[in-house]
Design a protein around this ligand. Sequence first.
Ligand code: HEC
Length: 140
Amino acid sequence: MIRTLTILATLLVAVAASAVELSDSQRAAIEERIAPIGDVCLQGDTSCGGPAVAVSSGPRSGQEVFDAACMACHSTGAGGAPIKGDVDAWAARIAKGIDTLHQHGIEGIPGTGMMAKGGCVNCSDEEVIAAVDYMVEESQ
Ligand code: HEC
């Protein structure tokens, strides 16, 4: 009886030992299966395939900002917005001076549809100024 138990115990130990002895490829396969779904890739860390969000390559051009953030109103005249290219509509505004137009582009005009930065929350002051210059250039 004791002998049988000893054999049994030895067998169990052998089985248990073999269960934890994994080959490298088995280990790699398991690690892959239990790996987290996503990795955090910090900006600037190139070891994980580059940054997930493209780092801005500098300020956008006036036209790019216009197309993305101003066109909705300034190509349609929505809310009385002066349309880009409408020389008459822009003449009186241009007469106020470019600094005023830049300021109104950045701060908006209270009580009108012209919100601060035309509502473009991710536009820098610099980009809004470029968009104003672009509209003015195209409208005289
Ligand atoms: C939701 C509509 C809307 C969007 C979007 C919008 N505008 Fe305007 N904008 C207006 C309206 C309306 C006016 C005319 C306001 C008035 O004088 O009554 C105006 C006027 C202006 C003027 C003339 C200001 C002046 O002093 O006469 C500038 C410059 C201007 N917008 C720049 C921009 C720029 C740059 C963007 C994009 C970044 C933009 N706008 C986006 C509605 C908009």
